[in-house]
Design a protein around this ligand. Sequence first.
Ligand code: NAD
Length: 303
Amino acid sequence: MSAIKKIAFIGLGNMGKPMAENLIKNGFALNVFDLNTAVLDDLAKQGATVATSPIEAGKDVDVVITMLPAGQHVKDVYLGKDGQAGLLDSVGKNTLLVDSSTIAASDAREVAKAATAKGITFMDAPVSGGTAGAAAGTLSFIVGGSAEKFEQVKPVLEAMGKNIFHAGDVGAGQVAKICNNMLLGVIMTGTAEAMNLGAKNGLDPKVLSNILSCSTGRNWALEVCNPHPNVGDDMPSSRGYTGGFMSKLMLKDMNLAKQTANDTGVVTPMADQATALYTQHSEAHGDKDFSSIMAHYDAEVLS
Ligand code: NAD
């Protein structure tokens, strides 16, 4: 068992709640806080201590984990908001701060810099694996921070995930995560494009999918999350594109990739095209799984 015993978990939404539940199951003592108090009762029944603010949650804990919607929420919680104190003003120097939200690397580095100035360690540890991975405890964590602190926090992340990667220094976790999701967004649009071309030219989508899956076009979207509704039995596309990873979240990640590319003068022409498609698509179908980008090619799949 790790030397880490007490953890504050802040942000208990679709991802955070099941992650917190896995920490409780693995024997960690938990303080929990969310602006939405409705989610906290259930965790209290499982043994968590409900706090009334991030600062109260972060009192006398070994680790703080945040799982918040976006960069601004993360900055509000750690740096403070409207002149009010943030976690960096209150946690002990030995408390490890771990943000698992998906945010811009520049935001993660900004919080880390402010933490370092106070002698506190902040790491980014975004996840891959979605709500199913959060519930099953099989998430991938992609951590940015020093090798020493990574080893310290690893047992905690292992209670919520299967693959725990050290990507490099602070911010590297976020960069690796958005590289993955940028690639996934491009691959999904390309896969929908190819499936549509074949189907419109008379091919059975199942047959085409089998051929591509055994050929050089093979990829995750084809095999696990095929955008064509007539291919798999247990995929978002086979149940009206429900469940899975929402288009608006894919758009969020693609925009973060663009922000990082702009910040560092890197060109991403393929991602720009895919982002334009997801921007348009998310206006009407933001809550549908991102494989519903298929509707851009064949509107009938969502009619
Ligand atoms: P969510 O909106 O379901 O949950 C976020 C929670 O944070 C909410 O319960 C909200 O009330 C709470 N919150 C907001 N501001 C707060 C504050 N100042 N203090 C305390 N609580 C606050 O979002 P989610 O789906 O759980 O995603 C969380 C993060 O994980 C996001 O950054 C997202 O991009 C990332 N992510 C999501 C998925 C997914 O499939 N949902 C997959 C990988 C990564």
